[in-house]
Design a protein around this ligand. Structure first.
Ligand code: ZN
Length: 178
C-alpha cells in the first residue's frame, strides 16, 4: 500500500505546528490508513521522547454539552503544548484556531479553546501525532498555494496520542479540522 499524494507530501514537509519538535514519520503499517501520516516526536533540545501534555481542563456540567464527555468528567481543551520531561523545553503543538484546514483557511474549527488555567495531563508520555488528508491532492495543492502554506498544514483531522512511559492508559486528543 502506498500513501496518497497529500500524505506523501506531508512526510516530506511535516505540518508547521510540529516545527518545535524533531518528527519522524512512522512507516505505513500493513493496516494503516494511506491518507494519514503518523509522526513520532522527540525533544528538539535534548532528543528525549518523554513529554508532559498540556491543555486547558474543564469539568463537564450536567448535562454535558460536549461530545463523548460525561457530566463530571474532566477533559483538556486546546491549545496543546508539550514540555520535555528531561530538559523542560516547551513547544506549542496544536491550536485549533490556527492549525489545520479550518484553522488556516477559515479562522478556526468549532472547538472550544481554553485561555486560563493551563495544566498538564497527569503522567509522562511518548507522543505520536497522526494527521489525515481526505481532500483531493489537486484541490489541496491549489488551496495551499493560495494560502502560501505547505500542503501538510491543511490536514483535516489530527490525533495526538500519548502513551504513558510508566504504563497506564493512552491519552488521545482528536480534532476534526475541516
Ligand atoms: Zn528535552
Amino acid at each position: 500500500m502506498q500513501r496518497t499524494p497529500s500524505a506523501a507530501a506531508a512526510v516530506k514537509i511535516p505540518p508547521s505546528c510540529l516545527s518545535g519538535f524533531d518528527c519522524t514519520a512512522l512507516p505505513l503499517a500493513g493496516n494503516g490508513l494511506d491518507l494519514a501520516v503518523d509522526f513520532a516526536l522527540t525533544c528538539r533540545s535534548c532528543n528525549a521522547f518523554a513529554f508532559l501534555i498540556f491543555g486547558f481542563p474543564i469539568v463537564a456540567p450536567d448535562p454535558s454539552p460536549y461530545y463523548a464527555v460525561e457530566p463530571g468528567q474532566t477533559f483538556f481543551r486546546p491549545p496543546h503544548k508539550l514540555r520535555c520531561s528531561s530538559c523542560g523545553a516547551e513547544a506549542a503543538l496544536f491550536d485549533v484556531r490556527k492549525d489545520g484546514y479550518d484553522g488556516v483557511l477559515n479562522g478556526g474549527a468549532s472547538y472550544e479553546s481554553g485561555t486560563d488555567g493551563e495544566e498538564p495531563i497527569a503522567g509522562q508520555f511518548k507522543v505520536t501525532v497522526a494527521v489525515f488528508f481526505n481532500v483531493e491532492f489537486d484541490e489541496l495543492s491549489e488551496l495551499a498555494a493560495e494560502a502560501n502554506v505547505s500542503i501538510s498544514n491543511l490536514f483535516d483531522c489530527i490525533t495526538i496520542k500519548g502513551t504513558p512511559v510508566n504504563g497506564g492508559e493512552d491519552v488521545e486528543l482528536s480534532y476534526e479540522c475541516a
